[in-house]
Write a protein that binds this ligand. Sequence first.
Ligand code: PBG
Length: 327
Amino acid sequence: MIKRPRRLRLNKKIRSLVRETSLHPQDLIYPMFVTEGRGVKQEIAAMPGQYRWSVDMLPAAIREVEEAGVEHIMLFGIPAPEDHDECGSAAWASDGIVQRAIAEIKSHSDIFITTDVCLCEYTSHGHCGQLDADGYVNNDKTLELLAKTALSHVEAGADMVAPSDMMDGRVAAIRARLDEAGHVNTPIMSYAVKYASNFYGPFREAANSAPQHGDRKSYQMDYHNGREAELEAALDVAEGADIIMVKPALSYLDVIREVADLVDVPVAAYSVSGEYAMVKAAAKMGYIDEARIICEMAVSTFRAGCGIYLTYFAKELAKYIDEGRIG
Ligand code: PBG
């Protein structure tokens, strides 16, 4: 036999020499939820180990994130129920929940803050944009609201904004508004390839952001489609997106590969709430080894082509990488 692939698997040292995929803690982004109140650290039922934090509790929570070796967070705001309205105006309030959270975090830490820019957590109907009389999410009217929201996050001190609404043209609208205000160096990470996915269920419980009627299929992508990802990614790059995200991750590795081959900007993948919940539930039942599954899911996502990974397991993963459990 001339070729024996097992030769390069003989021991740990040879395996690590020929490894194709490597991960670093600095490639990870940890999503966090911020809510009203004081002294709040409320566990999310469908996401054990993840919490809604009140603003005053964030500095300590962030210290833990940093101690784990994670340098980036993604912030999601959960406003008070009475602050919801038809167009989601609490999203761009200068004293809104995310804006106050950013200021509080930045007064204690220089952790890199990305904000999720969307309206669904702030609208009374739970859709990601402004509705027409017939219930259609009006694309072009929503652009203005998203641009205002992104600018208010940046003015509060956000380092990067990440629009997740899936309106057409929103990257261009946000870029123009940020540039006009002089924020030419603030990057946009676009949720460019975001599917209408059943894997977002636990998140919607966490953020109270499930649509009150209908679903998100008129703006998020149909999961039967792969080629359409190329169009979405190319459009957002052309509009000025600095980083392109694919979401979810685990069931969409083919899409991540396709997008990574196509674009010349960094590619991120978001391992979403449903992926987290499944791992947690199966581990609790004793059906899987949680740590090993977390590592394998992460490595496979990087192998598919992403260079940035958003995951609720960021703190655990950073530790596993440091311990050499994965390369
Ligand atoms: C807001 C948003 C969602 C997620 C990220 N940003 C929910 C949705 O689109 O319904 C999902 C994140 C997760 O499931 O972990 N539009």
